[in-house]
Design a binder for this molecule. Structure first.
Ligand SMILES: CCCCCCCC/C=C\CCCCCCCC(=O)SCCNC(=O)CCNC(=O)[C@H](O)C(C)(C)COP(=O)(O)OP(=O)(O)OC[C@H]1O[C@@H](n2cnc3c(N)ncnc32)[C@H](O)[C@@H]1OP(=O)(O)O
Length: 210
């Protein structure tokens, strides 16, 4: 697993977050607008051409391949391409966790772009969010862990809208951590997950990634 060290200050990371975060927000808004717009075909055609121009501008200078997981010398992580929380990924809802003594919690909104059953969250998206949140609970006091096995139990359909997730380590056994978590709406739990998260054998990245 390759991580990239960038020799930059925390201020520089904040500056970059300030540059790319709003761009990502605008693109996320674009995704939602594309799903929900009812403007006529001619306007769609104009919009498509304008979007294609913006894409060409952005591609005039770009990296090869994906963003990777980067960190600086203070172990501040920049997993900015991450599908669930990446600062530069408009597909990410984003889901950002807050750690406490027992585990991690996240509050987030899943809109029209995450639909599976009508007006409800796609089961794969529920699993993806839970994987990330359980993974962050596993890593909260340690190095990032791989998901070995994750089991999701869907208790009832998860409505699109405001949601929360919570995860805690419930057991440790050598390099394995058993983590449990939940996805909830305002009325309570909609899905539960249990996972085996495994500390990688030959870790070459930093510990305690922030
Ligand atoms: C790490 C990347 C994240 C970086 C992000 C950093 C920035 C953000 C900071 C922090 C947030 C992090 C949040 C991330 C959340 C998302 C996580 C993902 O999506 S990870 C991608 C999906 N998962 C894979 O692709 C794994 C693919 N599988 C493998 O690479 C290996 O199979 C691996 C590492 C899982 C195990 O390989 P071995 O060689 O270490 O395993 P052996 O030494 O044989 O076994 C060790 C123990 O683990 C058990 N084990 C092995 N594989 C297992 C499995 N699949 N399920 C359950 N147990 C397993 C074994 O039975 C053994 O247990 P006994 O010691 O005997 O009790």
């Amino acid at each position: 697993m390759q991580f990239t060290l960038e020799d930059i200050t925390a201020d520089e990371i904040d500056r970059r977050r300030g540059v790319y975060g709003p761009l990502t927000d605008s693109v996320r808004d674009l995704i939602d607008a594309v799903i929900r717009t009812e403007v006529d075909a001619a306007d769609i055609d104009v919009a498509r051409r304008r979007i294609d121009e913006v894409v060409a501008d952005l591609r005039s200078r770009q990296i090869d391949g994906s963003y990777g997981v980067r960190f600086n010398t203070d172990a501040v992580g920049m997993p900015w391409g991450n599908a669930v929380m990446g600062v530069r990924n408009a597909i990410a809802p984003p889901v950002r966790t807050v750690a406490d003594r027992e585990g991690v919690t996240a509050e987030f909104t899943l809109g029209a772009a995450y639909e599976g059953p009508a007006h409800h969250v796609h089961g794969g998206v529920c699993a993806m969010v839970l994987d990330q949140v359980l993974g962050e609970a596993a890593a909260a006091d340690d190095i990032p862990c791989f998901t070995g096995t994750i089991t999701v139990t869907y208790r009832r359909p998860t409505p699109l809208g405001a949601l929360s997730a919570r995860a805690e380590i419930v057991d440790r056994d050598g390099r394995k951590k058993i983590v449990r978590g939940t996805l909830s709406d305002a009325d309570g739990v909609t899905a539960e997950a249990e996972g085996v998260f495994i500390v990688p054998k030959n870790w070459s990245g930093p510990s305690n990634l922030k």
